[in-house]
Ligand binder design. Structure first.
Ligand code: URP
Ligand code: ZN
Ligand code: ZN
Length: 486
C-alpha cells in the first residue's frame, strides 16, 4: 500500500459543507473522509484538533520569472511555490506571455521548462499578444495537446503586449469554438498612455503619477468593453484583478444579462488603499506600483460587497515581485517602474483575517474564493478545490487562532519588501500538503524542488456547445466549423 496519512479531529470545510471528520490520504490522493476513520497500519497521524482542514489554496493569477518592463520578476517557480506552500496554497496558475510575433507554442515550452523546479502544482494560461493564422492554429494545439483551456488578453501596456479590439474579437471567437475561457487585463491602454504623458508633462514624475494615469474610469471602460465583446461572441470571460466599482458594475451587468462572466479581485486591493502613493518615501511608494493601482476606500468597500454578493468569485494575488533595485528603473519616471506586487504567501491569512475574522465571509465562502471557484472556472474540479475521495491530497490544516505579523523579515519571497509589512493577522496554515507530501508544518518549510507537476486542464465542450448555439452575433468561421462539431 502507498504511504498513508490520517488527518484526525479537524473540521473539514469545502465550499459545500463544514463537518467534523477525519481525512485519510493514501499516496497522492484523498482516500476517505469520515468520522473516526481507522488508521491503516504504518499511517502517519496528523492532529488537526481545533483546526479546519480545507482544500489547498489555488491562486489562478501569478507571474513567476516574468520578463516584464525591462527586467524579470524576482520570484521564480521554486521561491514562488515555496511562498504558496507557506501560505496554504498548493496550486498556482501562471501566464505564458509570448512576445508579439513569438510562437505561442515556443513560449509555452519556455515557461514549462522554467516551471520544472516548482515545489507545488502549477498550470498555465496563455496570453494572446498578437494575431495571425499561426496564433489561430497554435491556440488549437495548446487546447488539444497541452491542457490549456484559458487565453489571456492585455487591454493595456501599449507598445508592448496590448491587443486591440480586432484581436480581442478574433481570439475570443477562436477560444469560444475551442471550448476555452478568455481572461482580460481590463484597462484602456490608449487612455493610460495619454494620461501618463500628460501627467509626466505636468512635472509629476514620481510614483504618485501612477494612479493619476490609471483612474477607475480607464478600468471600467475596458471591463465593460471586454464583457460586451465576450457576450456578443459568446465566450466565457474572466476579468482579472478587478479593483474598482466601475469594473465591478460592468461585470455585474453582464452577469445579470445572463452572460458567463467571472470576476477576480486581489487580496491586496481589498486591504490596501491609494494613500500608499502619497508616501514621501520613494521606495515604499514605488513598491506599491502595480496595475490597476490601489484605490480609495470607497472602491475597497465595493469590492468587499462584490465578493460577498457573488460578482467577484475569486481572490487571487497577481503575485509579480520586483526588488528595490528593479523598481529603481523608474527613479526619474513613474512609467518605467516595473508594475507588480507580491501576496501569494499572505493571501489566505489576510483574507481569513479581514474576511472571516470580521464576519464578512463564512469559512465555506472563504474556501470558495480561495480554491473551489477557481478550480471550477478553470476546469480542474473536483481533482482540485475540494476534499473528496479521489481528489488530489492538496490540503491545508488551518489554525484560525494562530497569529502572525507579516513582513519581509519572515516571508519566503525573494522580494526585499512586503506591502503587508507590520500587518498582524489571525489565521494561518499549520500544515500544507501537496499531493500527500507535507511541504509546510508549524512554520518549517520542506520545499522539494521538482515535486510540483503541471496540471492539464481540458476544454469545456459544454461551453462551446451551449454558447455557440445561443450566440446570434457571430457564426463560427470556416476553419472553426471544421473543427467544431456541435
Ligand atoms: O502590475 C501588475 N499587475 N503586474 C503584473 C502584470 C499584470 O498586469 O498582471
Ligand atoms: Zn494585469
Ligand atoms: Zn497579472
Amino acid at each position: 500500500m502507498a504511504e498513508a496519512t490520517l488527518i484526525r479531529g479537524g473540521t473539514v470545510v469545502t465550499a459545500d459543507e463544514e463537518r467534523c471528520a477525519d481525512v485519510l490520504v493514501v499516496g497522492e490522493a484523498v482516500a476517505a473522509v469520515g468520522v473516526d476513520l481507522p488508521a491503516p497500519s504504518g499511517a502517519a497521524i496528523l492532529d488537526a484538533g481545533g483546526a479546519y482542514v480545507m482544500p489547498g489554496g489555488i491562486d489562478p493569477h501569478v507571474h513567476m520569472e516574468l520578463p516584464f518592463m525591462g527586467t524579470v520578476s524576482a520570484d521564480d517557480f521554486l521561491s514562488g511555490t515555496a511562498c504558496a506552500a507557506a501560505g496554504g496554497t498548493t496550486t498556482i496558475i501562471d501566464f505564458v506571455i509570448p512576445a508579439p510575433q513569438q510562437s505561442l507554442l515556443e513560449a509555452h515550452r519556455l515557461w514549462r521548462e522554467r516551471a520544472r523546479k516548482a515545489t507545488a502544482d502549477y498550470a498555465f494560461h496563455v496570453a494572446v499578444t498578437w494575431w495571425s493564422e499561426q496564433v489561430f492554429e497554435e491556440m488549437g494545439v495548446l487546447c488539444r495537446d497541452h491542457g490549456v483551456n484559458s487565453f489571456k488578453h492585455f487591454m493595456a501596456y501599449r507598445n508592448a503586449i496590448m491587443v486591440d479590439d480586432a484581436t480581442l474579437i478574433a481570439s475570443f471567437s477562436r477560444a469560444r469554438d475551442l471550448g476555452a475561457i478568455c481572461l482580460v487585463h481590463a484597462e484602456n491602454g490608449d487612455l493610460v498612455h495619454r494620461l501618463q504623458q500628460e501627467t509626466f508633462d505636468r512635472g509629476i514624475h514620481g510614483p504618485e503619477g501612477h494612479p493619476i494615469s490609471r483612474p477607475p474610469e480607464v478600468e471600467g471602460e475596458a471591463a465593460n468593453r471586454a464583457c460586451q465583446i465576450a457576450a456578443m461572441v459568446g465566450v466565457p470571460l474572466y476579468v482579472v484583478h478587478t479593483s474598482c466599482r466601475q469594473a465591478m458594475e460592468a461585470i455585474a451587468r453582464a452577469k445579470l444579462a445572463g452572460h458567463r462572466v467571472f470576476g477576480e479581485s486581489l487580496v491586496q486591493h481589498l486591504v490596501i488603499d491609494d494613500s500608499v502613493y502619497r508616501d514621501p518615501d520613494w521606495r515604499r511608494a514605488a513598491h506599491h506600483v502595480m496595475s490597476p493601482p490601489f484605490r480609495s476606500p470607497d472602491h475597497q468597500q465595493a469590492l468587499w460587497g462584490g465578493l460577498q454578493g457573488g460578482t467577484i468569485e475569486v481572490i487571487g494575488t497577481d503575485h509579480c515581485t520586483f526588488r528595490t533595485e528593479q523598481k529603481a528603473l523608474g527613479t526619474h519616471d513613474f512609467r518605467r517602474i516595473p508594475n507588480g506586487t507580491g501576496g501569494l504567501e499572505e493571501r489566505m491569512s489576510v483574507l481569513w483575517h479581514h474576511g472571516v475574522g470580521t464576519g464578512r465571509l463564512t469559512p465555506r465562502e472563504f474556501v470558495a474564493a480561495t480554491s473551489a471557484n477557481a478550480a471550477r472556472i478553470f476546469n480542474i474540479h473536483p481533482r482540485k478545490g475540494t476534499i473528496a475521495p479521489g481528489s488530489d491530497a492538496d490540503l491545508v490544516v488551518w489554525d484560525p487562532s494562530a497569529t502572525r505579523t507579516l513582513g519581509s523579515g519572515s516571508h519566503h519571497s525573494r522580494n526585499d519588501f512586503s506591502i503587508f509589512e507590520g500587518m498582524r493577522v489571525a489565521g494561518a496554515a499549520a500544515i500544507t500538503m501537496s499531493r500527500g507530501r507535507v511541504l509546510w508544518r508549524d512554520g518549517a518549510l520542506d520545499a522539494c524542488e521538482g515535486h510540483g507537476r503541471c496540471v492539464e486542464r481540458p476544454c469545456f465542450t459544454d461551453y462551446a456547445r451551449s454558447q455557440t448555439r445561443r450566440n446570434t452575433h457571430f457564426a463560427p468561421t470556416a476553419v472553426e466549423r471544421e473543427e467544431f462539431v456541435p
